[in-house]
Design a protein around this ligand. Structure first.
Ligand code: GAL
Length: 416
């Protein structure tokens, strides 16, 4: 048995030991909406619990374009943050610059290869080495609906096809309410677009057109049909949509001002933060025509090479925490996503998350588990940006004919 004085010395040693390795982690992210901020706050709490100092580097702007611009200027000036929210093929580009830290020691100790779906682990690796830690799996092809609004408008059931959707939307309009809550920012236009392409053309067509960027698919009759459907949706949005943030569009659905929103399940984080319950207050359903497919968006953090030993220890702790069960549960409960770590207990998650988890597994077996192009998972940033602009121009300018819209998007897809 230790005597009290010995115990005090031992405690002092442990504290001193920790202090020697307590570092500051500056973390760049774009999670500033209600549910998002709550989620990232959980990571901060875990890191502070390990004795580290959290320096929040939040750059507002859904979808992260602003954050990526700021990140580039920080790295170019030789002053990168310890960690940054970077995902998909962009990770490969950053790694090729030689600025990212190798996370293999943490990944090996924590058995990431066993805990991650192989497809996700591959995205986190550059030349076989881990360069990022994944936090979640967001599903993008969702449609959110307010139950009370649908009841008021006399809409029975949730629309499963685009025809059913437009007839429901007509009823909502007739009832004097907004059918589609939309935030008119290019990445939100693009988010709706990819769900329309998936719903109209199916998984194989989505893959050919928006992952392989096959010119034949991009200029096909199915793409024409997709653009017709996409343009038709605009007629159901309100005049104040241009420039609106995504979470304000979600708020319109929450507050019974609008019936539907097409958005990834970070929108669920807003419903949850407002105390709303799926099935009772709101409905989560796959966007029309997409229930057998799944567009995924995996958020991840990359660490930048830093010299300071304490900072490196903090980075390793951050990476390990991100993949830990405690964080994976509490973060994803708030964020609207599901854990990326396999074999997690899902009992605390709601029905939308359970459906997402079930469909993630099911679609991984049928080839209908697809990377989201609108959220940086499918193609290189240059092509993604060009297609996003072409899609958004088409959405915003009714004078662009469908034929020209198809041509412009196909041309943008050829950007290297
Ligand atoms: C996505 C990101 C999500 C969510 C959304 C809106 O790109 O992956 O986590 O935050 O933007 O900001």
């Amino acid at each position: 048995m230790l005597k009290l004085s010995q115990l005090a010395t031992a405690v002092a040693l442990v504290v001193a030991g920790n202090a020697a390795f307590a570092g500051e982690v500056e973390v760049l992210h774009w999670w500033t909406a209600g549910g998002e901020a709550k989620s990232v706050g959980e990571l901060k709490t875990i890191m502070q619990g390990k004795g580290h100092t959290w320096k929040d580097f939040a750059v507002a702007g859904g979808g992260g374009d602003n954050a990526m611009t700021v990140l580039k200027s920080r790295v170019v000036s030789g002053n990168p943050p310890a960690a940054a929210q970077i995902k998909g093929p962009a990770l490969q580009e950053w790694a090729a610059e030689g600025v990212l830290a190798n996370l293999d020691a943490t990944a090996k100790a924590e058995k990431w290869d066993e805990l991650l779906p192989k497809g996700v682990a591959d995205i986190m690796k550059y030349k076989g080495n881990y360069i990022a830690a994944p936090v979640n799996v967001h599903r993008v092809n969702w449609m959110w609906a307010n139950k009370a609004v649908l009841d008021k408008a006399g809409v029975k059931g949730t629309p499963k096809t685009w025809d059913e959707f437009f007839s429901a939307a007509d009823k909502v309009k007739k009832a004097g309410l907004i059918a589609v809550a939309h935030g008119g920012q290019n990445w939100q236009d693009f988010t709706t677009f990819e769900s329309v392409v998936l719903g109209v053309g199916g998984a194989k067509f989505y893959s050919d057109a928006l992952i392989k960027l096959d010119q034949k698919a991009l200029t096909s009759a199915t793409m024409t049909k997709s653009l017709e459907t996409f343009r038709k949706i605009k007629g159901y949005t309100d005049a104040a949509a241009p420039g609106r943030d995504w979470n304000l569009a979600t708020a319109m659905v929450i507050q019974e001002k609008a019936a539907f929103q097409f958005m990834g399940d970070w929108a669920k984080g807003e419903f949850a933060a407002a105390g709303k319950v799926p099935g009772k207050d709101y409905i989560c359903a796959a966007a029309p025509g997409t229930d057998k497919a799944y567009t995924f968006n995996v958020d991840s953090f990359a660490m930048f090479k830093l010299k300071d030993a304490a900072a490196q220890k903090a980075q390793a702790d951050l990476a390990a925490s991100i993949m830990g069960t405690q964080f994976q549960e509490v973060f994803n409960l708030n964020k609207g996503s599901i854990p990326v770590r396999l074999n997690m207990d899902m009992s605390k998650f709601d029905d939308c998350a359970k459906l997402s988890a079930k469909d993630f597994v099911a679609t991984s077996k049928t080839g209908a588990l697809l990377p989201s192009i609108a959220h940086g998972m499918a193609v290189k940033p240059a092509a993604e940006g060009a297609i996003k602009d072409a899609v958004s121009q088409f959405w915003n300018d009714d004078k662009i004919s469908i034929a020209d819209g198809v041509k412009n998007i196909a041309k943008a897809a050829a950007t290297k």
